[in-house]
Write a protein that binds this ligand. Structure first.
Ligand SMILES: Cc1ncc(COP(=O)(O)O)c(C=O)c1O
Length: 301
């Protein structure tokens, strides 16, 4: 099977996974989403993803009329139908909530029922060379959305800003797009958060720079504390990025990926840095340990 979808509680295969063109998620990009992955078959940090999903939805005054336990049940059922989550077959899980089907009007009153979709497919790691050799990213001209506009703190289905940034990077052959905010500071990447390492300290832009508060970013702060790597938020500008000793990005699907080049600028030694690799290894160990804890949580949920 390998790809299965749950649309409003109904389990369907890829070919039958459809929603109406009158869904405001399609018409206006009105909706929110989460991406999770499993470790040892367990959806990683499920509760944190649910909290962020609901926080995103609240900012759109979008109700999520299903309890976490029911979402958890749908995720597991969809994974099982896809043959994922067992025997080392890790899952990618995309959870979407949209305004639902209504009139062609911005008035949410015409959409009585939000649409809730769970997509599960096999998790695919970034190429091994991304971790061994590091990646090249591009500092793109597309600015990250102003927080007073479509606030990047919302994990929104309206992804045009991210797509335009990433497409500029892809045209330059880069792995990811680094995006500045309206003040010209580094904000985040199109699909991940960014960190630099300077003089032994890991630094990442503050939330106020206008970014998605990544679950990986948050978990890495906890891991860094455990392993004694100093880590804090700090405004990062181009010059800090180009002059960094090390650099890396974080996201659910890619964990911690070393960045060795930003366009024509070589970062540090041009190889994945020791602190980056220490954090990557520690992150992976803690993620698997957390998966074991979450198995117990699931029994309680
Ligand atoms: C814009 C953006 N920033 C950051 C992230 C990283 O978030 P997380 O660590 O929760 O996957 C993502 C993930 O998709 C993203 O799209």
């Amino acid at each position: 099977m390998s790809v299965m979808v749950n649309v409003n509680g109904r389990l369907v295969d890829k070919e039958h996974a459809v929603i109406s063109v009158f869904d405001h998620g399609f018409l206006y990009g009105e909706g929110v989403y989460e991406v999770l992955r499993t470790y040892d078959g367990v959806p990683f940090l499920f509760d944190r993803h649910m909290r962020r999903l609901r926080a995103s939805a609240d900012r759109l005054l979008l109700p999520v009329p299903v309890a976490d336990a029911e979402i958890d049940r749908r995720v597991r059922e969809t994974m099982a139908a896809a043959g994922l989550g067992a025997d080392g077959r890790e899952a990618y899980i995309r959870l979407l909530v949209t305004r639902g089907v209504g009139e062609i009007s911005y008035d949410p009153a015409s959409c009585p029922d939000p649409t809730i979709v769970v997509i599960t497919k096999p998790h695919v790691d970034a190429p091994a060379t991304a971790y061994t050799d590091g990646v090249t990213v591009s500092l793109v001209s597309v600015l990250r959305n102003h927080p007073g506009s479509v606030n990047p703190i919302i994990k929104s289905n309206n992804l045009l800003n991210n797509a335009l940034g990433q497409q500029e990077a892809l045209r330059k052959g880069a792995f990811e797009a680094v995006m500045r905010n309206y003040r010209g500071e580094i904000a985040e990447c199109a699909q991940s958060n960014i960190f630099i390492v300077k003089d032994g300290v890991a630094l990442t832009p503050p939330v106020d720079a206008g970014l998605l508060v990544g679950i990986t970013r948050e978990f890495l702060f906890e891991v860094a504390r455990e392993v004694g790597v100093p880590m804090r938020e700090q405004v990062i500008r181009d010059v800090d990025l180009f002059g960094a000793d090390e650099c890396f990005l974080t996201s659910t699907t890619r964990e911690v990926v070393p960045i060795v080049r930003v366009d024509e600028h070589v970062i540090g030694s041009g190889k994945p840095g020791p602190i980056t690799l220490q954090l990557l290894r520690a992150f992976q160990a803690h993620a698997r340990a957390q998966a074991a804890v979450e198995t117990t949580n699931t029994v309680r949920r």
